[in-house]
Design a protein around this ligand. Structure first.
Ligand code: CTP
Length: 205
C-alpha cells in the first residue's frame, strides 16, 4: 500500500525570531513510518521540524507551518491508500506575523491568533473512496469522549487516542484505537515502534 504519514509539530511565525509550537517530538509518526516500511509498504512522511532521523526507505517531505503541511498533504493524499495524521498541527497561528523583530515596550503585548485549516477534517469532508483515514487524539481530559467526537466530526475510519501525559515527548505510548464501526481496541502499551506495529496490524487488516 501507499501510506502517507504526518508527524511532528508545526511552527507558526510570530516574528522573524519567534514562533508558536508544541511538545510533539515526531517519534510516534516516525515509528509508524518505520513499521509501515518494515511491513513492505511505500511510505511518504510529511514532517514538521523535529530532531530525529527518518527511517530508511521513507520519502520525506519537510514542512514548517500548518499551512505548509496542509499544502503537502493535499498534494500527496490523492495517491495514498491510507493517510495517518499523527502530526500535532497547530490549531491557531498569529493573525498578523511581524516582518521585523518585535521590540519590547512597557506593558502587555496582545497577540491575536487565527484558526488554521483542520487538514484531517478537510480530508474527511472530501473522502477519497476506499482510502483509509486515521487521526490521533492526544487529550488531557475525557479521552474516550473526545476521541470518539473527533472520529465522528472528521469522518475518520480510525482514531488513535492517548493521554498527552502518556505520549508527548516520551519513547513509549499507550493507545486505544476506536473505529467508525464501533470497535474499541486498547493496544499493549510499550515502545512507540511496538505500538506502531500493533496499530498497523489492526488498521491495515
Ligand atoms: N489535525 C489536523 N489539522 C489541524 C489540527 C489537527 O489535521 N489543524 C489533526 C491531527 O493531526 C490529529 C487530529 O486532527 O490527527 C486531532 O487533532 P486535534 O487538534 O486534537 O483535534 P481538534 O478536533 O482540533 O480538537 P481540539 O479542540 O482538541 O483541538
Amino acid at each position: 500500500m501507499n501510506i502517507l504519514v504526518t508527524a511532528g509539530p508545526t511552527r507558526e511565525k510570530i516574528d522573524p525570531v519567534r514562533f508558536i509550537t508544541n511538545h510533539s517530538s515526531g517519534r510516534m509518526g516516525y515509528a509508524i513510518a518505520a513499521a509501515a516500511i518494515e511491513a513492505g509498504h511505500q511510505v511518504t512522511l510529511i514532517s514538521g521540524p523535529v530532531s530525529i532521523t527518518p527511517p530508511d526507505g521513507a520519502k520525506v517531505v519537510n514542512v514548517v507551518s500548518a499551512a505548509d503541511m496542509a499544502e503537502a498533504v493535499h498534494s500527496l493524499a490523492p495517491l495514498a491508500d491510507a493517510v495517518i495524521m499523527s502530526a500535532a498541527v497547530a490549531d491557531y497561528r498569529p493573525a498578523n506575523p511581524w516582518d521585523s523583530k518585535i521590540k519590547k515596550l512597557p506593558g502587555n503585548l496582545t497577540l491575536t491568533l487565527e484558526r488554521t485549516e483542520d487538514i484531517l477534517a478537510s480530508l474527511g469532508a472530501n473522502k477519497t473512496p476506499g482510502q483509509l483515514l486515521i487521526g490521533f487524539a492526544a487529550e488531557t481530559d475525557d479521552l474516550e469522549q473526545n476521541a470518539m467526537g473527533k472520529l465522528e466530526r472528521k469522518n475518520l475510519d480510525w482514531i488513535a487516542a492517548n493521554l498527552a501525559s502518556d505520549g508527548f515527548g516520551t519513547d513509549t505510548n499507550k493507545i486505544t484505537l476506536y473505529s467508525r464501526s464501533g470497535q474499541k481496541i486498547p493496544l499493549p502499551s510499550g515502545k512507540k515502534i511496538d505500538v506502531a506495529r500493533e496499530m498497523l496490524k489492526v488498521i491495515l487488516t
